[in-house]
Design a protein around this ligand. Structure first.
Ligand code: ZN
Length: 169
């Protein structure tokens, strides 16, 4: 089932999520729905907080469904290592039509659990490292706009507030 994606300014999106403790049917349904929602958007990553569920679950697929082996589902993800920096333009399904350049690690090692509770560890570089940082940020209630500074951030936030006020957000 495709779930509605929260937008910047909606409360759950800005609150930190809790670790998953039960690998039950409800979690499996959440994961299935997140994958479907991510593909339908379409997007390369989604965090549970974006569909209003305050749990530490992310899905990433750089191929957006074209290559089955590219699908990553990670529960309770955390960084083991992060190094280097990359500066690339980034967007977010929770802030459609806004893009900005964000500093991200060039390489990262992430560990967490599969949807069945098995341990997994993934080494990521480039776009995948950036996707991990973007999605794990979401689990901490941080949207890429919050990572910006000064005028660039103010400009985007003000434009979003305007859209919200006129009911266009
Ligand atoms: Zn996002």
């Amino acid at each position: 089932m495709i779930r509605p994606i929260l937008r910047y300014g909606e409360r759950t999106l800005h609150q930190p999520a809790a670790p998953v403790t039960a690998f039950d049917e409800e979690l499996q349904r959440l994961v299935d729905d997140m994958i479907e929602t991510m593909y339908a958007a379409p997007g390369i990553g989604l965090a549970a907080t974006q569909v209003g569920v305050p749990l530490r679950v992310i899905t990433i697929d750089l191929s957006v469904g074209r290559k089955a082996e590219d699908l990553i589902v990670m529960v309770n993800p955390e960084f083991v290592e992060r190094e280097g920096t990359q500066l690339e333009e980034e967007g977010c399904l929770s802030a459609p039509s806004f893009n900005a350049t964000v500093v991200r690690p060039a390489r990262a090692i992430v560990k967490g659990l599969t949807r069945d509770g098995q341990e997994q560890r993934i080494e990521a570089t480039g776009l995948l490292a950036r996707a991990f940082q973007h999605e794990i940020d979401h689990l901490d209630g941080v949207v890429f706009i919050d990572r910006l500074r000064g005028i660039k951030r103010d400009l985007i936030v003000r434009r979003i507030q305007k859209l919200r006020k006129t009911g266009k957000w």
